[in-house]
Design a protein around this ligand. Structure first.
Ligand code: GRF
Length: 204
């Protein structure tokens, strides 16, 4: 059991980060969020972080629009290491992270994806699930590897797709499970009772 020192990267509302903050406050997750970084200067996740007294700052990722690379990646690593981060949490971070960050935190970068991977990687996966006619959708927390939404899976939760669902209602139902899944996955990492065996995360 080792307390996690988390760095959170996000681009949006930060409800997943909030679920981690709440789990820590409730004493159900042995962790501390050391730093919040967002590529979006006015993202709500930064306000949430500041509200909880967590150092929170904008990370300028220009000129790239969809990835974290080059000087921005270097700066990101420098900030995370400087804050004493040992585990990086992608909580709605709308950029592809590259080899530099993954090498700086080997098998210590986690992502949450709003689908039951390997179905529907990429963006708007809940809309993809709806359009496909799926009866079940869900959420996946996984280690990040060099691919897109392709790393070893730590936790998955399923949610039903209802007859009259819209993308918004389905995403809202998925988010309820996200907020359970992320603290649960981080608890696996904190307890250290897992082994990565190829694609499989064996939890014992
Ligand atoms: C979540 O649906 C997450 O799965 C996806 O982006 C969304 C972020 O939501 N990757 P929030 O910013 O945590 O509220």
């Amino acid at each position: 059991m080792a307390k996690l020192h988390l760095g959170v990267l996000g681009s949006g509302a930060g409800s997943n980060m909030q679920s981690i903050v709440d789990a820590i406050a409730a004493g159900t997750l042995d962790a501390e969020i050391k730093l919040v970084l967002s590529d979006v200067p006015d993202a709500k996740i930064l306000d949430r972080g500041r509200k909880h007294g967590i150092p929170s700052q904008h990370l300028d990722c220009a000129p790239w629009k969809t990835k974290l690379e080059g000087p921005a990646e270097d700066r990101c690593i420098e900030l995370l290491k400087g804050a004493g981060v040992d585990t990086v949490v992608l909580a709605g971070f709308m950029r592809i992270v590259k080899a530099g960050l993954l090498a700086a935190f080997p098998m210590r970068v986690l992502n949450i994806h709003p689908a039951l991977l390997p179905a529907f990687p990429g963006v708007h996966s809940w809309t993809q699930a709806l359009d496909y006619g799926c009866k079940v959708a869900g959420v996946t927390v996984h280690f990040v590897d060099a691919g897109t939404d392709s790393g070893p899976i730590i936790v998955q939760k399923a949610v039903p797709v209802l007859e009259n669902d819209t993308p918004e209602t389905l995403h809202a139902r998925i988010q309820v499970q996200e907020h359970i899944a992320f603290p649960e996955a981080l608890n696996v990492i904190a307890r250290g009772n897992y082994k990565i065996d190829g694609r499989k995360v064996r939890i014992f």
